[in-house]
Design a protein around this ligand. Structure first.
Ligand SMILES: *[C@@H]1O[C@H](CO)[C@@H](O)[C@H](O)[C@H]1NC(C)=O
Ligand SMILES: *[C@@H]1O[C@H](CO)[C@@H](O)[C@H](O)[C@H]1NC(C)=O
Ligand SMILES: *[C@@H]1O[C@H](CO)[C@@H](O)[C@H](O)[C@H]1NC(C)=O
Length: 263
């Protein structure tokens, strides 16, 4: 065992099964997941799923990175929802807006689930207060139906709770928002929930931790498919400090997350 892992373990943290620290390029999570940075045609047709009371940064963090990438590579993004009405960040229940704030925005979808392009390659699922809603069945159905044809499914934050509700995460190594970890694990305990990760990759499912972690998983995905120099260019354009270690996760400690049995 290497000295860093021993040090982390001796500090009593939950690193036992997660002591792997990799600094090389391409990172292990790239291997077998992509045609490589020299590919002439990386996947570029994205779908962003929208449902009421999504977390804003879950959408706009990844979107910012793709928006920057789209100036140097062709990127198509479809904004998908049940209907073409703008989808608001406002929670349905007044109890979820205890101060009666008016702090919300809506995104107008480009397609309904019924008219969504059939050739979407990467589907991004945000989380947020709406992830637990009983009124997002059309979103769950769309994810279930489109999954077999997707090349990648990326979840941000409790977007993994949304996908867990479809059963698609069963047996998969996935992570989620650490403040909501216990609740999310309970939705599908048969998934292999990773308590200490900024993001995780299992085949075509890429899941990330809370809110801002969507930026890092998107940059990691860009690094795998367009090369790390392009991911670095996008990162610098955003004036962002990117986390390249998928196991970086101080929030596991802050939210007292420990490994669920079977992880
Ligand atoms: C909430 O605020 C709006 C204005 O933003 C106001 O019209 C409405 O009456 C308020 N509702 C309650 C329950 O205070
Ligand atoms: C959503 O689907 C679940 C499971 O099939 C069902 O129990 C629930 O009533 C549905 N919700 C709505 C609002 O139709
Ligand atoms: C985490 O555990 C510590 C020590 O027991 C406690 O002080 C802290 O309030 C806990 N944090 C949360 C978010 O539960």
């Amino acid at each position: 065992m290497c000295c860093i892992a021993a040090l982390l373990m001796s500090s009593g943290k939950v690193f036992a099964a997660y002591n792997y620290i990799y600094t090389g390029y391409p990172p292990k999570y790239c291997v077998g997941n992509n045609p490589g940075p020299n590919s002439k045609a990386p996947p570029n047709k994205w779908g962003f799923v929208l449902f009421r009371a999504y977390e804003p940064l879950d959408i706009f963090g990844p979107y910012e990175a793709l928006y920057a990438l789209s100036r140097v590579h062709k990127i198509d993004i479809s904004w998908l929802a049940e209907t073409l009405d703008p989808v608001t960040t406002q929670p349905l229940l007044a109890a979820m807006n205890p101060k009666n704030s008016s702090s919300f925005i809506g995104i107008p979808p480009t397609h309904s689930y019924a008219t969504a392009p059939r050739d979407i390659e990467i589907l991004l699922v945000p989380g947020g207060l709406g992830s637990r809603s009983p009124y997002i069945n059309s979103t769950l159905d769309y994810i279930t139906k489109s999954f077999p044809k997707l090349k990648y499914l990326i979840t941000v934050c409790t977007g993994s709770l949304v996908v867990a509700r479809t059963g698609l995460l069963s047996g998969k190594r996935v992570t989620t928002n650490k403040a909501a970890f216990k609740d999310v694990v309970a939705v599908d305990p048969s998934a292999r929930w990773i308590p200490h990760a900024r993001w995780a990759v299992d085949g075509k499912i890429w899941s990330s931790s809370g809110v801002s972690a969507g930026i890092d998983v998107t940059l990691a995905w860009i690094s795998c498919h367009y090369g790390d120099d392009v991911a670095t260019m996008v990162t610098n354009a955003m004036e962002y400090e990117r986390h390249t270690d998928s196991y970086w996760d101080p929030f596991a400690e802050i939210w007292n997350v420990t490994a669920p049995s079977g992880a």
